[in-house]
Design a protein around this ligand. Structure first.
Ligand code: FES
Length: 148
Protein backbone atom coordinates (compact mmCIF):
# COMPACT_ATOMS: atom_id res chain seq x y z
CA UNK A 1 0.00 0.00 0.00
CA UNK A 2 1.35 3.39 -0.95
CA UNK A 3 -0.06 6.65 0.37
CA UNK A 4 0.10 9.86 -1.59
CA UNK A 5 -1.96 12.94 -2.20
CA UNK A 6 -3.53 13.02 -5.66
CA UNK A 7 -5.34 16.17 -6.69
CA UNK A 8 -5.97 17.18 -3.10
CA UNK A 9 -7.17 13.76 -1.94
CA UNK A 10 -5.16 11.65 0.45
CA UNK A 11 -5.09 8.35 -1.41
CA UNK A 12 -3.88 4.83 -0.69
CA UNK A 13 -3.10 2.65 -3.70
CA UNK A 14 -2.47 -1.08 -3.62
CA UNK A 15 0.49 -1.04 -5.99
CA UNK A 16 4.13 -2.09 -5.92
CA UNK A 17 6.92 0.39 -5.27
CA UNK A 18 8.41 -0.18 -8.71
CA UNK A 19 5.18 0.51 -10.61
CA UNK A 20 5.53 3.72 -12.65
CA UNK A 21 3.35 6.53 -11.35
CA UNK A 22 1.67 6.83 -14.76
CA UNK A 23 0.40 3.25 -14.52
CA UNK A 24 -0.92 3.85 -10.99
CA UNK A 25 -2.69 7.03 -12.07
CA UNK A 26 -4.25 5.59 -15.21
CA UNK A 27 -4.95 1.97 -14.34
CA UNK A 28 -5.50 2.09 -10.58
CA UNK A 29 -6.69 5.62 -9.77
CA UNK A 30 -8.56 5.80 -13.12
CA UNK A 31 -7.18 9.24 -13.92
CA UNK A 32 -6.56 8.90 -17.64
CA UNK A 33 -5.78 12.52 -18.48
CA UNK A 34 -2.03 11.85 -18.26
CA UNK A 35 -1.04 10.08 -21.47
CA UNK A 36 1.33 7.28 -22.37
CA UNK A 37 3.55 8.26 -25.27
CA UNK A 38 7.05 6.82 -25.21
CA UNK A 39 7.26 5.32 -21.74
CA UNK A 40 10.90 6.37 -21.61
CA UNK A 41 10.86 9.94 -20.33
CA UNK A 42 11.36 11.41 -23.78
CA UNK A 43 8.05 12.79 -25.10
CA UNK A 44 6.46 14.50 -22.07
CA UNK A 45 2.91 13.23 -22.69
CA UNK A 46 2.78 11.81 -19.15
CA UNK A 47 3.85 15.01 -17.37
CA UNK A 48 2.30 15.65 -13.95
CA UNK A 49 3.28 17.87 -11.02
CA UNK A 50 5.06 16.20 -8.13
CA UNK A 51 5.31 18.60 -5.20
CA UNK A 52 4.79 21.38 -7.74
CA UNK A 53 7.48 20.35 -10.20
CA UNK A 54 6.72 19.08 -13.70
CA UNK A 55 7.93 15.48 -13.89
CA UNK A 56 7.57 12.48 -16.19
CA UNK A 57 5.23 10.03 -14.52
CA UNK A 58 6.18 7.16 -16.85
CA UNK A 59 9.69 6.95 -15.37
CA UNK A 60 8.79 7.91 -11.81
CA UNK A 61 8.37 4.83 -9.60
CA UNK A 62 5.78 4.77 -6.87
CA UNK A 63 8.61 4.52 -4.34
CA UNK A 64 9.45 8.13 -5.29
CA UNK A 65 5.84 9.33 -5.47
CA UNK A 66 5.08 7.92 -2.01
CA UNK A 67 3.94 10.61 0.46
CA UNK A 68 4.22 13.29 -2.20
CA UNK A 69 1.62 15.63 -3.63
CA UNK A 70 0.65 14.77 -7.18
CA UNK A 71 -1.37 17.01 -9.45
CA UNK A 72 -2.69 15.69 -12.75
CA UNK A 73 -4.58 17.57 -15.44
CA UNK A 74 -7.79 16.52 -13.70
CA UNK A 75 -6.72 18.42 -10.59
CA UNK A 76 -5.13 21.48 -12.16
CA UNK A 77 -8.35 23.48 -11.75
CA UNK A 78 -11.90 22.76 -10.67
CA UNK A 79 -13.61 23.65 -13.92
CA UNK A 80 -10.84 23.59 -16.50
CA UNK A 81 -10.37 27.29 -15.92
CA UNK A 82 -6.71 27.51 -14.94
CA UNK A 83 -5.19 30.49 -16.82
CA UNK A 84 -3.13 28.11 -18.93
CA UNK A 85 -6.20 26.07 -19.85
CA UNK A 86 -8.10 29.26 -20.69
CA UNK A 87 -5.25 30.47 -22.92
CA UNK A 88 -5.12 27.05 -24.60
CA UNK A 89 -8.82 27.33 -25.43
CA UNK A 90 -8.62 30.96 -26.54
CA UNK A 91 -5.84 30.18 -29.01
CA UNK A 92 -7.12 26.73 -30.05
CA UNK A 93 -3.72 25.25 -29.31
CA UNK A 94 -4.58 21.58 -29.64
CA UNK A 95 -4.57 19.76 -32.95
CA UNK A 96 -4.84 16.01 -32.34
CA UNK A 97 -4.61 16.80 -28.62
CA UNK A 98 -2.74 13.71 -27.43
CA UNK A 99 0.28 15.54 -25.98
CA UNK A 100 -1.64 18.55 -24.73
CA UNK A 101 -2.24 17.55 -21.12
CA UNK A 102 1.49 17.08 -20.72
CA UNK A 103 2.12 20.41 -22.44
CA UNK A 104 -0.33 22.17 -20.11
CA UNK A 105 1.20 20.59 -17.01
CA UNK A 106 4.68 21.70 -18.04
CA UNK A 107 3.45 25.19 -18.93
CA UNK A 108 1.55 25.61 -15.66
CA UNK A 109 4.58 24.49 -13.64
CA UNK A 110 6.71 27.00 -15.54
CA UNK A 111 4.34 29.88 -14.80
CA UNK A 112 4.00 28.89 -11.14
CA UNK A 113 7.75 29.34 -10.80
CA UNK A 114 8.24 32.19 -13.28
CA UNK A 115 5.35 34.59 -13.88
CA UNK A 116 7.02 36.37 -16.81
CA UNK A 117 9.03 33.81 -18.76
CA UNK A 118 11.25 34.89 -21.65
CA UNK A 119 11.29 32.97 -24.93
CA UNK A 120 14.38 31.13 -23.69
CA UNK A 121 12.65 30.28 -20.41
CA UNK A 122 9.70 28.88 -22.35
CA UNK A 123 11.92 26.96 -24.74
CA UNK A 124 13.89 25.45 -21.87
CA UNK A 125 10.81 24.52 -19.84
CA UNK A 126 8.95 23.05 -22.80
CA UNK A 127 11.85 21.33 -24.58
CA UNK A 128 10.89 17.96 -23.15
CA UNK A 129 7.33 18.06 -24.46
CA UNK A 130 7.08 16.83 -28.02
CA UNK A 131 4.10 17.56 -30.29
CA UNK A 132 3.90 15.57 -33.50
CA UNK A 133 1.34 18.05 -34.90
CA UNK A 134 3.83 20.89 -34.45
CA UNK A 135 1.65 23.16 -32.32
CA UNK A 136 4.73 24.80 -30.82
CA UNK A 137 4.01 28.38 -32.03
CA UNK A 138 0.52 28.28 -30.48
CA UNK A 139 1.89 26.71 -27.29
CA UNK A 140 4.39 29.55 -26.94
CA UNK A 141 1.69 32.17 -27.65
CA UNK A 142 -0.66 30.57 -25.12
CA UNK A 143 1.99 30.56 -22.40
CA UNK A 144 2.58 34.27 -23.05
CA UNK A 145 -1.17 34.94 -22.97
CA UNK A 146 -1.55 33.04 -19.69
CA UNK A 147 1.36 35.01 -18.22
CA UNK A 148 -0.39 38.37 -18.81
FE1 FES B 1 6.44 9.63 -20.33
FE2 FES B 1 6.81 9.89 -23.00
S1 FES B 1 5.26 8.77 -21.92
S2 FES B 1 7.86 10.92 -21.38
Amino acid sequence: MIKLNINGQLTTLDVSEDMPLLWALRDVAKLTGSKYGCGKGICGACTVHIDGQAMRSCITPMSYAKDKTITTIEGLSEKGDHPVQQAWQTLNVAQCGYCQTGQIMSASALLANNASPTDDDINNAMAGNICRCGTYPRIRAAIKLAAK
